[in-house]
Design a binder for this molecule. Structure first.
Ligand code: GRF
Length: 207
C-alpha cells in the first residue's frame, strides 16, 4: 500500500476527487495519508478534516526564499514517508531539492493539454484565458510527473475537452475540471500505486 501525500493551496476539488476515488476503490494499492497546504484556512484543509486525513500547513510566507521553503516541504514529506506526492492545485514553485528527494514520484494536474498553455504564468484562469484567446476548439487537462522544469515533466495522461461557443474562462475551467481533471488524476494515481508507469527515454509509459 503506497502512502499518497497531497499538496494543496486552494479549494481542493482535485483532492476531493482523490478522496472520492479512494473511497470507491478506484485507487488501487494507495492511501491518502496526509495533505500539506501552502497557506492556512484553504477549503482543501476542511475536506481533509471531513475525511479524517492528517493535514499540515507550511505557510509559504513564513520562509524567506524558495530554497528554505522547499527544504521544509521536502522534510515534511520524508517524515510522512510519502511514496507519491500529488500536486493538486498547489500554487507554489519548489526547487530541484524536492525532485532529487522524490525522482518521478511526484505528479501534477495541469488544466490544459501540455505543451499548450503551460509554464511560468500559466495557472488558474490565466490558462483558460490564453486558450480562449488562441481560439482553440479543444482544451483539456494533463497529468505529468513533476521535475525541475515547470510543467515540463513526462506526460502521464491527458483528456481533451471541447471549447464551446460563448465560453468564458470560468465556464471552460469548470468543464475541464468536471470532465477531465477529476477523472484523469485519480486514474493516474492508481496506475502509479500499481507500479504501472515507467519513464523510458524521458517519456512516461503506462503498461
Ligand atoms: C485546478 O484547475 C487545477 O488544475 C489547478 O488548480 C486549480 C484548482 O484546483 N492546478 P483545486 O480545486 O484546488 O483542486
Amino acid at each position: 500500500m503506497k502512502n499518497i501525500a497531497v499538496l494543496v493551496s486552494g479549494g481542493g476539488t482535485n483532492l476531493q476527487a482523490l478522496i472520492d476515488a479512494e473511497k470507491s476503490g478506484i485507487i488501487k494499492n494507495g492511501k491518502i495519508t496526509c495533505v500539506i497546504a501552502s497557506k492556512p484556512g484553504v477549503y482543501a484543509l476542511e475536506r481533509a478534516a471531513q475525511n479524517g486525513i492528517k493535514s499540515l500547513v507550511i505557510p509559504r510566507k513564513d520562509y524567506a526564499d524558495i530554497a528554505s521553503y522547499t527544504r521544509a516541504v521536502t522534510d515534511a514529506l520524508l517524515a510522512e514517508k510519502a511514496d507519491l506526492v500529488v500536486y493538486a492545485g498547489f500554487m507554489t514553485i519548489l526547487d530541484e531539492q524536492i525532485f532529487r528527494a522524490f525522482p518521478y514520484k511526484m505528479m501534477n494536474i495541469h488544466p490544459a493539454l501540455i505543451p499548450s498553455f503551460c509554464g511560468k504564468g500559466f495557472y488558474g484562469l490565466h490558462v483558460h484565458e490564453a486558450a480562449l484567446a488562441a481560439g482553440v476548439k479543444l482544451s483539456g487537462a494533463t497529468v505529468h510527473f513533476v521535475t525541475e522544469v515547470c510543467d515540463g515533466g513526462p506526460i502521464i495522461m491527458q483528456k481533451a475537452v471541447p471549447v464551446e461557443n460563448g465560453d468564458t474562462p470560468e465556464t471552460l475551467q469548470k468543464r475541464i475540471m468536471e470532465q477531465a481533471e477529476w477523472k484523469i488524476l485519480p486514474e493516474a494515481v492508481s496506475l502509479f500505486c500499481q507500479d504501472r508507469i515507467k519513464v523510458v527515454d524521458g517519456k512516461a509509459v503506462v503498461d
